[in-house]
Design a protein around this ligand. Structure first.
Ligand code: MF3
Ligand code: CO
Length: 256
């Protein structure tokens, strides 16, 4: 069942979301050749704690996962799609790097992810994949309002990606409700038929997170039990915002 948050809860989620955006800004500033993904994870974790919040991914153990997630940040390089565990691996110029972070603040949680190219310049295809993915997130957000249908979101994302590129959309993973828990109902698919699915209502809080691939949309699990990669080894990008449904539109909670 999709939960409805009160006005007061949305206010807290917005405060938590602003903190999360600040931490992601700080992580972003530290992305450069030679930096390890573990360094970025430790940076994110210490900033979250300093703000009086708590990382929400650390020790998260959903059913089906082989073990609790062992870090605060998810750090995905090139063919890695989501949930890759930070390590001593160093970033290289031109890497397509996505980083995903969540936090608890006053018993409510928010979730957001971004993708960057290390050093600012990469292959043309990586640059295109990045901006198509980012734009697709905003296309999905733009159709949100009370009375719209859940799958209008996926429809908007899919139509945009198909119109602008030959890229594919990861189909086995989706966005989700968020707030009281890291993952709540409903699944927010990144494709779908307009006018179908549950009706959006003011106070619903959704994490939209398109995951777009250069080649096949099919994914595989990495040997660490958490990381997810493209099956063909081609690039993937990922952007995510936590968004509240309002009477006449939406409120992006994870930006400043
Ligand atoms: N934003 C990610 C998602 O919704 C959060 C994953 S939790 C983790 O799937 F534990 F896997 F990091
Ligand atoms: Co998420």
């Amino acid at each position: 069942m999709t939960t409805i948050k009160t006005k007061e809860e949305i206010k807290i989620l917005k405060e938590g979301g602003a903190m999360l955006a600040q931490v992601l800004d700080e992580v972003e500033k530290n992305i450069e050749e030679g930096v390890t993904t573990k360094y970025l994870d430790e940076l994110a974790e210490s900033l979250i704690l300093k703000m009086g919040a708590t990382p929400s991914f650390l020790n998260y153990h959903p059913g089906g996962a082989p073990r609790p997630y062992p870090a605060s940040l998810c750090t995905c390089i090139n063919e890695e799609v989501v949930h890759s565990i930070p390590s001593e691996r160093k970033l290289k110029n031109g890497d397509l790097f996505s980083f995903d972070l969540g936090l608890w603040f006053k018993k409510l949680c928010v979730d957001s992810a971004r993708t960057k190219i290390v050093g600012g310049k990469g292959a043309k295809i990586a640059e295109k994949l990045l901006w198509i993915t980012e734009n697709s997130l905003y296309e999905g957000i733009s159709v949100i309002k009370e009375g719209a249908k859940l799958n209008d979101i996926g429809h908007a994302i899919e139509s945009y990606v198909k119109k602008e590129s030959n890229f594919e959309i990861v189909r086995d993973l989706a966005g989700h409700g968020v707030g009281y828990k890291v993952h709540e109902d409903p699944y927010v698919l990144n494709y779908g038929r307009k006018g179908t699915g549950e009706t959006l209502v003011e106070g619903m809080v959704l994490a939209l997170e398109p995951m777009i691939t250069e080649g096949t949309w099919q994914i595989k699990h990495s040997s660490d039990g958490w990381g997810i990669e493209t099956q063909d080894g081609k690039l993937a990008a990922h952007f995510e915002h936590t968004v509240a449904v309002t009477k006449d539109g939406f409120d992006i909670l994870t930006e400043i």
